[in-house]
Design a protein around this ligand. Sequence first.
Ligand code: SF4
Length: 429
Amino acid sequence: MTAPIPVFETLGCRLNAYETEAMRGQADQAGLSDVVVVNTCAVTAEAVRQAKQKIRRMRRENPDHKIVVTGCAAQVNPKEFAAMDEVDIVLGNHEKLDPKSWVNLADTSRNDRVLVQDIMTRKTTNAPLIDGLGTRARAYVQVQNGCDHRCTFCIIPYGRGNSRSVTAETVVEQIKRLTGKGFNEVVLTGVDMTSWGADLPDAPRLGDLVSKILKQVPDLPRLRISSIDSIEADPALIEAFCHHPRLMPHLHLSLQAGDDMVLKRMKRRHLRDDAIAFCQTIKSARPETVFGADIIAGFPTETEAMFENSLKLVTQCDLTWLHVFPYSIRQGTPAAKMPQVDRTVIKERAARLRALGVEQVRQHFEAQKGAWHTILMEAPRKGRTESFAPVAFATDQRVGQIVTARISGHDETSLIASDNGQNAPADPL
Ligand code: SF4
């Protein structure tokens, strides 16, 4: 009979994906084999529902394994998961990256069931170094964890605690390690990345970290920033972003809404004109930049006129990759106590935003026809451009490799590459 191997299931964000790799390494070192680890997300009620569904399936498929549930949903509500018959152990978000936790889990004489401490007491973030991300072509690197803000709709700070930064030295060491393993692209990830450094000596800013990485890891071809709060982008970050070719011309913005009254009720730190001005500044300095953004549809008290302002913001900021979130009530957040928008209206508004997003993508794809792009291959016939557009190839390419190709056309979901490399101009962009 084959020895059981640990099974890891990741839900949610890139930070969770990075942490799963760190847990995999620690479980391995502890000699743990018969475990299933479900790394959960709590960002929406739907995410929590999916976590429970996943746990039940994992139990059915792995009757003899220990089921360990961790991640934000487990941190926010450990009792809820401990009460599930399918669950053996609930592990907190800090405990999941502590090597001792995995050694204890391997110790069959122990019968801890809930190992979840108050995440708000955490002053540091443990970021074990990783060697890769399974079969992924790009590597996620944690630079920051937690959040000091308290947006009225958001449950994340209760799952991740207050903001803590990984030191620049550790981040650079991690990226050197991944570049040494052959990664051609690294994505910086965190919860509220623009607050990086606020808790470190001399309070450096995210722009300082990015400049340090680009300087100290010259072999890294592509550095990508996952998501930022544009109003908190520091001058050094904007400078590096506008002028450094190895920093990818793609930014995902945490905008959330396009109406000032809604933004105020969300307790966001920016107004719609700030977002528009930020995008115009970046685009005027680096026109090939492509923006993505998180936008919530149907936040409590949002009227039709307020929602129209969110629709207008999409074109005024020229947003392409839209992540649309139908408002999801999160118990324990201030917004949960506000007058709610009707569910059908929320769904209808989310559908209108998504439809606009599809049109924005189509226009972006149309504009790429005939253009040359450098593309990181994520699969034998699929890759992404520097501005994160998916590209389909007719022939197999090496995964993880950067190829140069001319775009001949597109379908609904992807650009189509042709003529890759042979007649590429010296500088494709
Ligand atoms: S900035 Fe706001 S939305 Fe983002 S994690 Fe913090 S509280 Fe949540």
